[in-house]
Design a protein around this ligand. Structure first.
Ligand code: ADP
Length: 316
């Protein structure tokens, strides 16, 4: 039995490190490297390195990228349950500048062929989890199937509503016990579902009471964690469901870090949060948030996405 089941994407990331991000029409030189990525895979590796027995449910092409996913997951002790796709394994093209800022293009490939039927066939695995964690880089009907199977079995669900341009229905959002958008994704969700227009850059500056009210409108009954990059996180609980905390909302500042590359910081946070919740379900929620915050900060100190996940467990 796995304590964390992650459902989502795997990509082979192609990364160019450049002095500045290229403008439209520009040709510049960069230092190339490649490695594994995709939000689902990154989060699964993070959960495993944070100490949780982890299963990763995904769709892979019958190509070297698919083999790479299986081999790297195995090296981190992650069990892979993959639907075999006629499409190529997912890819990502990433530019990273000297400040660690990035621009990303995704080629979804096999990720977009993960089917609801395949998810339905994993019912036992999903029902046996302590935490089921999903993102929005897979077909939304498959993510819906994932969340409803987990919910039906009484398993705690975390939805990382990423990327921002994926349009999750309100019904899907409300199948999550814990919703974890970054500030851009939070602003997009507010625009779509709460009728509140806002720039992602303005989210962190809102006062706590206002942010809490917006979170309550977005996910009544559930917990929202907004990740705010180098500012840290904002947590908002429903009053009747504080998950062991004493306050319905609070901020946790980011940990100091020698940041070189923030790619995958949100994935680090989500994987570590799931792992911590699975390993110590009785602990107050803020202890899980603080651990995930620490884990994510460490992940920014190395290059790459999955590759930069630290080996850091909640007890450490
Ligand atoms: P995403 O990768 O989805 O854009 P964020 O940028 O919000 O996610 O980062 C996720 C989390 O990673 C933050 O909430 C914080 O805990 C941590 N983090 C990100 N950037 C930094 C940083 N520069 N220093 C310390 N922690 C960071």
């Amino acid at each position: 039995m796995s304590s964390v089941v992650v459902v989502g994407s795997f990509n082979v990331d192609h990364v160019w490190r450049c002095d500045v991000l290229p403008a439209a029409g520009a040709t510049i030189a960069g230092r190339y490297s490649s490695g594994p990525g995709g939000k689902g895979f990154n989060q699964a590796i993070a959960a495993a390195r944070a100490g949780a027995a982890t299963t990763f449910i995904c769709s892979l092409g019958q190509d070297p990228g698919g083999t790479m996913a299986r081999e790297l997951a195995a090296a981190d002790g992650v069990t892979v349950v993959a639907e075999s796709s006629a499409e190529p394994t997912g890819t990502g093209g990433i530019y990273v500048d000297n400040h660690g800022r990035n621009t990303i293009v995704i080629g979804p490939g096999a990720n977009f062929t993960l089917s609801p039927d395949f998810i339905a066939a994993q019912q036992e695995t999903l029902a046996g989890a302590k935490i089921v964690l999903a993102q929005l880089e897979s077909p939304l009907e498959s993510i819906e199937a994932t969340m409803s199977a987990a919910r039906a079995a009484g398993v705690t669900t975390i939805l990382n509503a990423a990327p921002a341009n994926a349009v999750a229905s309100i019904a899907l959002l409300r199948q999550s016990d814990i919703l974890t958008p970054n500030e851009t994704e939070f602003a997009a969700l507010l625009g779509r579902h709460v009728g509140q227009r806002m720039e992602g850059d303005d989210v962190a500056a809102l006062d706590g009471n206002t942010l809490h009210g917006l979170c309550r409108q977005l996910l009544p009954g559930g917990t929202v964690i907004i990740t705010l990059g180098a500012v840290g996180v904002f947590v908002s609980h429903e009053d009747e469901q504080l998950r062991g905390d004493t306050q319905p909302y609070y901020r946790v500042g980011a940990e100091a870090a020698q940041t070189v590359d923030t790619t995958g910081a949100g994935d680090a946070f989500n994987g570590a949060l799931a792992a911590s919740l699975a390993q110590a379900p009785q602990a107050a929620f803020n202890t899980h948030v603080r651990f995930a915050n620490r884990f994510a900060a460490r992940s920014t100190e190395g290059e790459g996405a999955a590759a930069s996940m630290p080996r850091l467990t909640p007890e450490a």
